[in-house]
Design a protein around this ligand. Sequence first.
Ligand code: NA7
Length: 547
Amino acid sequence: MPDASHAAPRHLDVAIVGGGLAGLYAIHRLRKMGLKVRAYEQGSGIGGTWFWNRYPGARCDVESLEYSYSFDEQLQQDWKWPERYGTQPEILRYINHVADRFDLRRDVQLNTRIRSAVFDDKANEWTLTTKDGETIKARYCIMAAGNLSTPRVPDFKGIHDFKGKWYHTGLWPHEGVDFTGLRVGVIGTGSSGVQMIPIIAQQAKQLTVFQRTANFSLPARNGPMTPDREGPHKAEYAQRRAAAMETPFAIGGHPKPTKKTLEVPPEERARIYEEKWKQGGSISYLYSFTDLLVSKEANDTASEFARDKIRSIVKDKRTAELLAPKDHPIGTKRLCLDTNYYETYNRPNVALVDVRSDPIKELTPKGLRLESGAEYEFDAICFATGFDAMTGALNEIDIRTSGGAVLRKHWEGGPLTYLGLMVAGFPNMFIVTGPGSPSVKTQMIASIEQHVDWIADAIDHLGKHQLDRIEPTPRAEHDWVAHVNAVADSTLYPLANSWYVGANIPGKPRVFMPYVGGFDRYKKRCDEIAATGYEGFTLSQHTGVTA
Ligand code: NA7
């Protein structure tokens, strides 16, 4: 890579960090406004999450007809999804198609990691510096760096002594890995582990899964896209997208529940759960009743139904009990969707090890050792150990202002934002699907489009009023964070040790990061704020005028 540190800085209206689904849509949206924009992407290709997560079985857990851009009617009509749920290669193909179709590549700079972003109060300008020393100056900066983009390998002693190969799901080799005939260990049973375990089990000679916390997983019921699924959806795509905006998860097609769980007799409840289990998908199941995520008593019935399903599938009783989650209510950790996950434990070449009661102590040259001294030998170890979620990507960049504000410090006790969109003291820096927004609790592409549209409208509003600076007031930020917490506390979510609260990262402050009040409610609030002159934000002209 040439040293760019002495080259003249590039001047932009908007610098975008990230070339995934959010960064690409931001280019498209802002360029249409006549702005000079450019996205900086650390990968050697576009696609973000779908560029990096190439592990076997990687697939979206939201149906493809929903999990796709809505901004162009012809695009959504033309694109043909081969299956109900998109695989990683298929989604990446789609993203590349979108980039070509809308000529987005010319404004994406690949292989470029942003090291720092500094706001100059006087010049009213962000300066971004890349790892190679290139500098970029921009009036506005959009952080579209992703919520699950900082892979985390636990700090196990001896990791470099292991003589076999090891992989992390979020940094998977592009050429793929053939596990045929190998002894393989998988650590972690979140969505990534649950998706890859059944596939690796088919190849490996022996697969050992190390589980710390059992997760609930529902059948995906994936299958080929059928004309009767695709046809009616596409015939009323715009209406369906609009209807999705009125739901808490930004996902349409699921009638809202009307009854409380305990209002319904037990046999009828079981019939409803059974029907939802057969349909597949997580929204459907969580939409069985109105109170599953707010009443523990109600949730117990849905949790127990799912545990009984696991017991009925997994033949070995001890393994079934280990796989049946008992430490958190169903839906309070990200629900996994699977194809034959529990069935996989009936294979003779698959074993489950409980590392809650006997944690992994270290890796050894031949494999790994537990605290008890038990040793396992492997040719390959796969870390499905997750990410430094929601704040990891931003905290990796040194974000500060000439006035002395430092984002890492501001967020020391947990992320503080107004609407998940902006941070007090960091003018003109927008975050797409940041902490404090519904983001990961929704169909992400809908949230991305909603955020980018809101940001574009705000920039447009500033321009039209001869203003060039926007930042939230500390008061608005404080009140929003309090609201996010109050809403979370009125639900069962805080009962789980999930990545929503940063529980998977030792030492990370325990704060509930996503907004769980629902996409519909959140979008309304964002729209109202924009319509009423950006309540809670200070808009100004940097040479002195304040709106
Ligand atoms: P997750 O959901 O964070 O899962 C990570 C898994 O790794 C989880 O089972 C963890 O157990 C386990 N883990 C993490 N550290 C360790 C150690 N030290 N020892 C044993 N086990 C460990 O990440 P995924 O990649 O599966 O999914 C992330 C999101 O991507 C997913 O929610 C979807 O939104 C898409 P724990 O539960 O912390 O006890």
